[in-house]
Design a protein around this ligand. Structure first.
Ligand code: M6R
Length: 612
């Protein structure tokens, strides 16, 4: 969750750096700092606490330089102290460095450098890297025609095991900055005789929309006039300058209290954007331009494997449920972080999909590379054009929901649910789903944004309920079938955002142990829409009430619960015309009419994944 902003140009660096850090505040952090090159030395300010505290501290220094780096830190290595905040200086004070990621072999490097007389002022792995750069700078001349500064950064990074996004400045290279990445995103904003390096587009979008997404293993050397990208092995890289399609408006709060709230309210529009142009003309199926997979290939798939982390994994679980239910193809949904290391036996003809909003999650990227290494095609459901996952996938489906700035995934999650449902439809219609059921399914999906809008109108009442329960320290979230992952997601959100302990379970599993937790102190949130297992969920609610547990029940409009059963009821709007065929035990009952897959309207568009 750390953030990086660096600047080289004509303006006072401190202004750009503080503004950039403020735009990264949503990511959460415990300290912030900046370093500016001026008068042949590095001026440093760093403080625990908010960026506002740093901004105040910065006023005490007379920062006038036009080259600088800055950072918001979320402590992973060493406690939350001013000394551990970034930037870090080398012991000779020649270099300052900010770093996102983890240097796994820092201990061995530190031991070596200590033997060479280097000293350390913090407990961080970052300071070790800074001194390693200083070591190479002091000991070895640059290759002919090379910048000594750039050369020493490259040499140091060749020894590093782990992940990094870094930005470095050097007293002997005024007006220059070197940045590099491996497993941690970095973007170069290209302005008019000025450049901004940042870990997130939000930090630079108010200055320029022209960006270069650095790739793993690349190093950029920036001066106020130009930039030059190469690999650690000194191979030149031709830069691709992309244009960010969203503007500064997207990075503004527009009257909302915070980005999470803004993005919750953007969900209807996000869903509309995710489905726009993706239904067949006959309105019976979904079509995707970027799968890069012919219908014959698609028919041969005997299994889907969906991989993601956190919220994205929950979306994978819902997609698993929908595809198995409607398309009758087995699906495995796995944590990307586990898949990449557990060497799962792979057989048959599976199609891999990774789900990732950012497209930069290192475990998801690692899982994707592992499947590709074994010779499988991997597609992506992704929201970030130009991200590492978007670049490396064999094709995929862009979410088109605009930037998700809030660290808690909201509109990206609901968009992933929608895309999972569309994928299920797409596959089901290539198999056994009838034309009529397909049309009904499409109409239900098209109605979703309006239903979400109606749901959001209930925000004030839901806020009141939340306030009534805010003092509790433990919650259970319970659902069944496709709503079990939604229960997991509810629990994750409560933990992540409110720092309240919560667990998600399939409701029927409660009696196999977790029921011991139920008391008046532990409220349970039930996802209990009307449908085939509604009565079973009522029994689970009874079990909670029998133990005096408060029950907050989320059910469907018009659905009646036995009086007094729920402490709170939140209703989800439903479409006025019944779309509950989707909730039938099987949409493929003997009465269902089947029609052959249509002439594959979805394959007529050669739209390319890389070009959304
Ligand atoms: O960008 P990604 O979708 O790959 O992120 C994966 C998870 O880190 C992410 O979904 C995380 O769980 C959310 N921030 C939770 O709200």
């Amino acid at each position: 969750m750390c953030g990086i902003v660096g600047y080289v140009g004509r303006q006072k660096a401190v202004t750009i750096l503080i503004e950039g850090l403020k735009r990264l505040e949503y990511r959460g952090y415990d300290s912030a700092g900046l370093a500016v090159l001026q008068n042949d030395r590095i001026e440093l300010a760093k403080k625990t606490g908010r960026v506002a505290v740093l901004a105040k501290e910065a006023q005490k220094h007379r920062f006038t330089g036009t080259t600088g780096i800055s950072h918001t830190r979320w402590a992973t290595h060493g406690g939350v102290t001013d000394a551990n905040a970034h930037p870090h200086l080398s012991s000779d004070d020649k270099f300052a460095l900010v770093h996102n990621g983890v240097i796994e072999n820092y201990s061995a490097i530190k031991k070596f450098l200590t033997g060479q007389g280097y000293t350390f002022r913090s407990e961080t792995d970052t300071e070790v890297l800074c001194n390693l750069i200083a070591y190479h700078y002091a000991k070895e001349p640059a290759a002919p025609g090379e910048s000594r500064f750039l050369d020493s950064v490259r040499k140091a990074l060749r020894h590093v095991e782990g992940t990094y996004g870094i930005a470095v400045i050097c007293t002997e290279a005024p007006g220059e900055l070197v940045a590099a990445r491996k497993g941690s995103p970095l973007i170069l904003g290209v302005g008019d005789n000025e450049f901004i390096i940042a870990s997130d587009v939000a930090a630079l979008i108010s200055h320029t929309q022209n960006v270069v997404y650095l790739k793993d293993g690349e190093v950029v050397h920036v001066t106020s006039k130009e930039f030059f990208i190469s690999t650690l092995d000194q191979e030149d890289v031709s830069p691709v300058v992309d244009r960010v399609t969203w503007d500064i408006e997207a990075a503004e709060l527009n009257g909302h209290a915070h980005f999470m709230e803004k993005e919750i309210f953007e969900q209807p529009a996000a869903l509309e954007n995710s489905m726009r142009g993706r239904f067949s003309e006959d309105g019976s199926t979904a079509k995707f331009g970027g799968l890069n997979l012919g219908p014959v290939e698609f028919r041969q798939i005997d299994r889907f494997v969906f991989l993601g982390c956190g919220t994205a994994w929950h979306a994978c679980l819902v997609a698993e449920h929908l595809i198995e239910r409607f398309a009758r193809i087995p699906v495995e949904a796995d944590y990307a972080s586990e898949f990449r290391y557990r060497n799962a036996p792979l057989s048959g003809n599976p199609l891999y999909f990774v789900f990732s909003q950012s497209g930069e999650t290192i475990d998801t990227l690692g899982a994707m590379r592992e499947a590709k290494r074994k010779g499988y095609k991997v597609l992506a459901v992704n929201n970030t054009v130009g991200s590492s996952i978007a670049r490396e996938a064999d094709g995929g489906i862009y979410q088109h929901v605009g930037p998700e700035i809030g660290v808690a995934s909201t509109k990206a999650f609901t968009s992933q649910l929608l895309i999972g449902a569309m994928l299920a439809l797409h596959v089901a219609r290539m198999r056994d789903m009838s034309f009529a059921d397909g049309v009904e399914y499409v109409n239900a999906l098209k109605g979703a944004p309006a239903l979400v809008r109606r749901m959001l109108e209930q925000a004030p009442r839901i806020r009141e309920i939340a306030q009534r329960y805010a003092h509790h320290t433990d919650f259970l979230f319970l659902g069944r079938l496709s709503l079990f992952p939604i229960a997991l997601e509810g629990a994750l959100k409560l933990k992540e955002i409110s720092y309240i302990h919560a667990e998600g379970y399939p409701a029927a599993e409660m009696k196999h142990g977790p029921i011991a937790l139920i008391s008046e102190k532990c409220p349970s949130v039930f996802f209990a829409p009307k449908g085939e297992i509604f009565n079973k969920l009522l029994s689970s609610i009874q079990e909670v009430k029998a133990r005096r547990g408060p029950a907050i029940v989320i059910t469907t409009e018009g659905c009646e619960l036995p009086p007094g059963l729920a402490d709170e009821i939140i209703t989800i709007p439903t479409a006025t015309r019944p779309c509950c065929r989707l909730w039938r035990p099987s949409p493929f009952s003997s009465s269902a009419t089947t029609s052959p897959a249509p002439a594959n309207a979805m394959w007529t568009s050669p739209a390319i994944w890389q070009n959304p």
